[in-house]
Design a binder for this molecule. Structure first.
Ligand code: ATP
Ligand code: MG
Length: 440
């Protein structure tokens, strides 16, 4: 079997092979190629030591030298080259005490996490599969290399890597691997938030079912875990809050802020659940609780400030309805931005798609209409933000307004202009600004 390798990666492995070293592509690239997907990056494992790799490739970075990894650049594209190694004792469920280089690929394979990630390839030998990885790939199975209990205890990150792979590939766990994963999931507490976030990002951005996340939800996100026992007895819903949240995050078509917002948008629901006389459940003001609880989760995950801020605002506004009218859309835009409105609509759509489909058609129709209105507003010359006004802060200052008053006055003018675009001339706005100033 011949895999199609991009030229830059082929050139890199050829340098190693032509210099007498043993070298294989390995990991996600081989796995994804065999599945018919196009890999993003090509990792190489080799008998060459990091020093030897660095002297063969003048353009390199010592990205993970402690683990025997050097990143080399070819045509400005990076290839990670890791020396064959065995992992020795782990003391903290994550970091091996020391890295010992291995003689050959067969030794190296034993330290890899899952069989589907341990398949090697080069064009001389073709596929080198020493652990039945191809068979598991065909059957859609995630199986640890070696004893799963030992492997998860050595490095608990493997638990979450397994969950991520099961989600992204839509694979099932082999029985022993699954049991060991459940028995050791509490060790995820020892994994850094950066690593957890990286796996979560990959899982969320794949748009695949997040069902596998349920198995570790009690450890990673107890707040979300509680949502799985919160039924929603009203006609709009057919899923408990947890299942609804996983589905909304899968269906959300947007960037990582929209994805995190979708996953946690309803997390405040269990706290505000009330049931009326007819037995119908309500969740008044849940978005405010969700925002507060998500804030804590995002801090724990160490989300970057931009993603955090945006996701929290999306959560806060997720149940706010805008009418599909120009006025309503312009008002929303004046307080936020086009980018935010698009993300808000993406979240709303995902929310609806994860509800009872019997009632979804008019809700989806309304979202489409708002999008159409948005396109019209953007295509028109109409004002909807402060920068579209025929006056600016300087004009208002010249009327004698204090610094602290300027934004307030401009916002008042914008509200008036959104109601009546005819007012957007310098003369009329100056007149209005004078009146506002005189009344204060
Ligand atoms: P992707 O690149 O699609 O995210 P990947 O499987 O290639 O997935 P990498 O983090 O690039 O993941 O790792 C490359 C390979 O290194 C893996 O396929 C696996 O063989 C091995 N590996 C990575 N992390 C671990 C780990 N924590 N324990 C054991 N082996 C690992
Ligand atoms: Mg990879």
């Amino acid at each position: 079997m011949k895999l199609s390798i991009p030229t830059y990666a082929e050139n890199v492995i050829n340098v190693l092979l032509n210099n007498g070293y043993s070298a294989y592509f390995v990991g996600g690239a081989v796995r994804d190629s065999l599945l018919g997907n196009t890999p993003l990056d090509w990792d190489v494992t080799t008998s060459a030591t990091p020093d030897q790799v660095m002297s063969l490739f003048p353009r390199h970075f010592e990205t993970g030298i402690k683990h025997g990894t050097v990143t080399v650049l070819w045509d400005n594209k990076p290839v990670e080259i890791t020396t064959f190694r065995v992992d020795s004792d782990y003391s903290d469920n994550r970091h091996p005490e020391q890295v010992v280089f291995a003689k050959n690929f067969a030794e190296d394979v034993k330290r890899r996490d899952f069989t589907v990630n341990a398949i090697g390839y080069n064009h001389n030998e073709g596929i080198v599969d020493l652990v039945g990885g191809q068979e598991d790939l065909k059957a859609g199975i995630i199986r640890c290399v070696g004893n799963p209990d030992t492997r998860f205890k050595e490095d608990a990150l493997r638990i979450l890597r397994g969950i991520r792979l099961a989600s992204v590939l839509d694979f099932q766990f082999e029985q022993n691997t699954k049991e060991a994963l459940i028995n050791n999931k509490h060790l995820l507490k020892n994994i850094s938030s950066e690593r957890i976030r990286a796996e979560m990002d990959k899982m969320l951005m794949s748009d695949r079912s997040l069902k596998p996340l349920y198995d570790v939800c009690d450890v990673l996100f107890p707040e979300l875990y509680a949502c799985f026992s919160c039924e929603q007895n009203n006609k709009h819903h057919i899923y408990d809050v947890g299942t609804h949240s996983l589905k909304a995050a899968q269906y959300a078509n947007g960037d990582i802020a929209v994805k995190y917002a979708a996953l946690f948008h309803d997390i405040g629901k269990p706290a505000v659940l009330s049931t009326d006389e007819e037995g119908v459940d309500h969740f008044y003001n849940h978005e405010l609780f969700s925002e507060e609880m998500a804030h804590e989760i995002f801090n724990r995950l160490k989300l970057d400030n931009k993603t955090k801020k945006e996701a929290l605002m999306l959560i806060k506004y997720h149940s706010r309805l805008i009418e599909p009218t120009e006025k309503s859309v312009k008002k929303f835009l004046s307080k936020t931005s086009e980018e935010f409105l698009r993300k808000h609509l993406a979240l709303r759509r995902a929310d609806v798609l994860a509800q009872n489909s019997q009632y979804s058609a008019p809700k989806l129709q309304q979202i489409n209409e708002i999008e159409e209105v948005l396109e019209n507003v953007l295509a028109s010359a109409d004002a909807f933000s402060l920068k579209d006004l025929a006056v600016n802060g300087k004009d208002i200052m010249e009327l004698g307004a204090k610094n602290s008053q300027i934004r307030f006055i401009l916002n008042r003018l914008l509200t008036a202009v959104i109601d009546n675009q005819q007012l957007n001339t310098k003369e009329k706005l100056i007149e209005m600004a004078k009146n506002i100033l005189n009344c204060r």
